[in-house]
Design a protein. Sequence first.
Length: 287
Amino acid sequence: MSLQIGLSSFVLASPFSDSDLSVASDVSSMGYEVLEICIEDPALLSAAAINKAAAENNLKISICGAFGPDRDVSSDDPEIRVKGIAYLKECIDLASAVGSPFVSGPMYSTTGKTRLLPPEARKAQLDLAVNNLREVGEYAATKGVGLAIEPLNRFETDLINTLEQGVELCKKIALENVGLLIDTFHMNIEEKSLTESITKSQKYIFHVQVSENDRGTPGSGQVRWEEFFSALKTINYSGWVVVESFLPTVAEIARAVSLWRPVAPSMDYLAREGRKFIAEAVTASGL
């Protein structure tokens, strides 16, 4: 892959469905090269419709998961773990069918699950995540697909918050097709050094999402963008950079990511200005 800029479907519609694929023309006209489709309800999407929209608008497709309470591979409830594995395999099948090189997201737990557990209970949860994601990763390998695991900030998960923790999870899973999705929003909260965390995680970085510190338009806040893209340049990152934010009007998503107010004049503004800023930052970094 060469470095290209994408837009998350969470900016456009939720839950995203085949009927929303008409926005692909708008995504392309803004200058984006990748449409990242987040799979909230697999029944609403088909590979045929996605491939048609992608071909007509010269877009590549990235597949991202959405991890609600019934898709938790590290749950104490074995039935929920089974559902989480099945959901991930559905996402992998779709990724394979639409040419996405990976399925990405915080697939080790439910977004929003935060508990202060004693060490033995935390280890048990982590072991469940490792064992089940290894099974999923092995399945993904048969389809030619990777897993890009996303560390989330401390307010959205209690399990994997930093890139260092993400690397340790990947090492425990021990599969070549399992790596990390890194996200500036979460890194801005959790990492002491963008440069150090990225360079130390170099081997495992499969995918990148970008968002401002308030989930607003990239370039409008406090993220250290020059440092971030300089670090990506240092590790010769050449994948996709996806602009991500969330519709504040969707209650379930707003609750999961604690988005209580509009963070841009409009989502169209965020998409257009975000793409412009990221493209300029990428060029300035020499990526």
